[in-house]
Design a protein around this ligand. Structure first.
Ligand code: ADP
Length: 595
């Protein structure tokens, strides 16, 4: 814009002279003129002058008065004024002029060079000021742009912060739409998700009621959405009407469409963010940058929610499977219990039926033993003895079976009385003497004498320890040792209960037991090794048995409120690590020990 100069003089010839001089300026300047101070003031309100050249002496209002009025007005306060005067060009008047606000003085007659050089200075100043103002304006604009960018980025950060915390896919998509809508006020926002198996995009969420059920765009239809899927790059549409409805469903009142790929890393496509504007109004750089940075966050948040959803569904399936399996297992357990019951019933019937004839065989064969005719014949005597011991063994097995049935049905009755463990073992020793003799085994019993009497069913304890000793004999090779020792516990049990009990340990030097079986052997009918591999005979090395001994032993211990367990360094038929069976029995039956 050309700089403007104001000339104020009541005499037109003076103005004419000034004009002529000013034409010689090397810059094109616009000159406005006024023949009175009032007219000059009016012009200053309408134009932005770089300098005013004012005659001092004028009728009605002189130059001094005019300049002081100029100084009083904010918009003209800084307008440089050069006074031109002929009569008043003495020292006094110059001072008066400066006081009124003049910046310079020129005396008549005018020296053109001086006038030109002075005006030139003010034009330069004016131009510099204008340039400065322009630079200032630009700076201000840039500042505003920066501020807006920061604000939008902050919004993007807030949106992504809000959304990354949501794991439910449906809620997440709704939140994405709402957040973007609230911050950027687009006409339409939609989120398309990529369905890899179907090779299609489905519109899962959108502003307003736009989401039509089953809005699906298969890859095969091509168009802008598919272009984003294939190129993994944004697509900008300024004329969406050129695209068919199947390629990109239209939205009323929107004219500009921006489609952003939602990808993780370089290639992992999650979907497409669909943003539309109302008018033919292009998205500015900021919106573009923000949507780009936001779409990265959206992709990750959506993928997280999808994974979480999958885990949830997997968990549900798993839970259902577990439930089904548990039901099947429950049924199987029920069936097994029924089978077990019918097996027990069968054994009970058989055992009862066998007991009477067996007692007869045993009784009559024992009677036969005493017949003189038999006693005198060595061969007959041997045969009858065989019948007697066979019948006794069979009766013993049948009785064990019946005891087992009672333990199963929890009907094993015990008749407790005060008894001595030491004397019980004396009886057991004499009972087993022939067997030990036969197997040349040594039974050493120690530390039982000092044990206190305990309250227990002597008959039941006889069966219990007899069983453990017979097993020790059976699983220990000929000529080796079996040790029995006792210990008194003054205080056992949990929670500081002062419980008293005796502990009996039966330690053999036999084949030992694998740690895998130390619990199982106490189940009824459980035997390690195959039955067919057992040698026959109750007391023979590794002799067979019905697999009831330890189950019966455990039943008896339990009925006394005690505890039974075995310790062994494993099964080894070369080094014979041995096994030790422990039985812990409470001193008084009322004080049942808990384990
Ligand atoms: P069985 O009639 O077979 O002896 P038990 O219930 O008494 O039945 O014993 C179960 C299984 O425990 C036996 O078959 C045997 O394998 C193992 N067992 C019991 N006592 C001993 C022991 N003292 N040493 C090694 N193995 C033993």
């Amino acid at each position: 814009m050309a700089p403007k100069i104001l000339l104020v003089d009541d005499r037109p010839e003076n103005i004419y002279t000034l004009r002529r001089v000013l034409q010689k300026l090397d810059v094109a300047a616009e000159i406005e003129e006024a023949t009175s101070a009032i007219a000059g003031l009016e012009l200053t309100l309408r134009h932005d002058f770089c300098v005013a050249i004012v005659d001092v002496q004028m009728p009605e209002m002189d130059g001094y008065e005019m300049v002081s009025l100029l100084r009083g007005n904010e918009s003209t306060a800084r307008l440089p004024v050069i006074f031109v005067s002929a009569i008043y060009s003495d020292e006094y008047n110059h001072r008066k002029g400066y006081e009124a606000g003049a910046v310079d003085f020129l005396s008549k007659p005018l020296v053109p060079e001086i006038l030109l050089s002075k005006v030139r200075v003010f034009i330069d100043l004016y131009q510099q000021r204008q340039e400065l103002e322009l630079a200032n304006q630009k700076l201000h604009q840039n500042h505003q742009i920066l501020e807006r960018r920061t604000r939008l980025l902050e919004i993007a950060r807030q949106v992504s912060h809000q959304i990354t915390a949501i794991l439910n896919l449906e809620a997440l998509l709704a939140e994405i739409i709402n957040s973007i809508q609230a911050q950027y006020e687009y006409a339409f926002i939609g989120v398309w998700l990529w369905q890899a198996e179907q090779e299609a995009l489905t519109l899962e969420a959108a502003t307003g009621s736009f989401v039509l059920p089953d809005t699906i765009v298969p890859k095969a239809v091509q168009g802008p959405l598919v272009e984003v899927v294939e190129s993994r790059l944004p697509v900008y549409l300024t004329d969406p009407t050129a695209v068919s409805e199947t390629q990109l469903p239209s939205h009323p009142h929107t004219a500009v469409v921006l489609l952003f790929p939602l990808i993780i890393g370089q290639d992992d496509l999650v979907g497409v963010l669909d943003v539309r504007q109302r008018h033919q109004q292009p998205f500015d750089d900021e919106s573009y940058v923000n949507l780009e940075s936001l779409s990265d966050q959206l992709a990750i948040a959506i993928r997280n929610a999808q994974l979480y959803d999958r885990v949830l569904r997997f968990n549900e399936e798993l839970e259902q499977n577990v439930q089904e399996r548990t039901q099947q297992l429950d049924k199987a357990v029920e069936r097994l219990a029924l089978l077990d019951q019918s097996k027990s019933d069968f054994i009970e019937v058989v055992a009862h039926e066998l007991r009477t004839p067996l007692s007869l065989v045993k009784g009559y064969s024992e009677m036969l033993q005493t017949e003189p005719g038999i006693q005198t014949n060595e061969l007959y005597m041997l045969q009858v003895k065989g019948i007697v011991s066979g019948a006794a063994r069979m009766l013993e097995i049948v009785n064990t079976m019946l005891d087992m049935i009672k333990i199963d049905a929890q009907t094993l009755q015990i008749s407790p009385e005060m008894m001595s463990i030491a004397s019980l073992f004396r009886i057991l020793r004499s009972e087993l003497a022939p067997t030990l003799n036969e197997r040349q085994q040594i039974l050493s019993i120690t530390e039982l004498e000092q044990l206190p009497h305990i309250e227990a069913d002597e008959g039941a304890l006889f069966k219990l320890f007899y069983q453990l000793l017979i097993n020790a004999v059976k699983y220990t090779p000929d000529g080796r040792e079996i040790r029995v020792r006792g210990r008194f516990h003054g205080r056992v049990g949990k929670d500081d209960l002062t419980e008293q009990a005796v502990e009996i340990a039966i330690e053999d030097t036999g084949i030992g037991i694998d740690s895998a079986y130390t619990e199982l052997i106490f189940d009824k009918f459980y035997q390690t090794g195959h039955v067919s591999l057992h040698s026959t005979g109750k007391t023979k090395f590794k002799g067979g048995g019905p697999g009831l001994g330890l189950a019966l032993a455990r039943g008896i211990v339990k009925a006394h409120g005690g505890h039974i367990w075995v310790e062994s360094d494993g099964h080894d038929e070369i080094n014979y690590p041995g096994s030790t069976f422990f039985v812990l029995l409470p001193l008084r039956l009322s004080r049942v020990i808990s384990f």
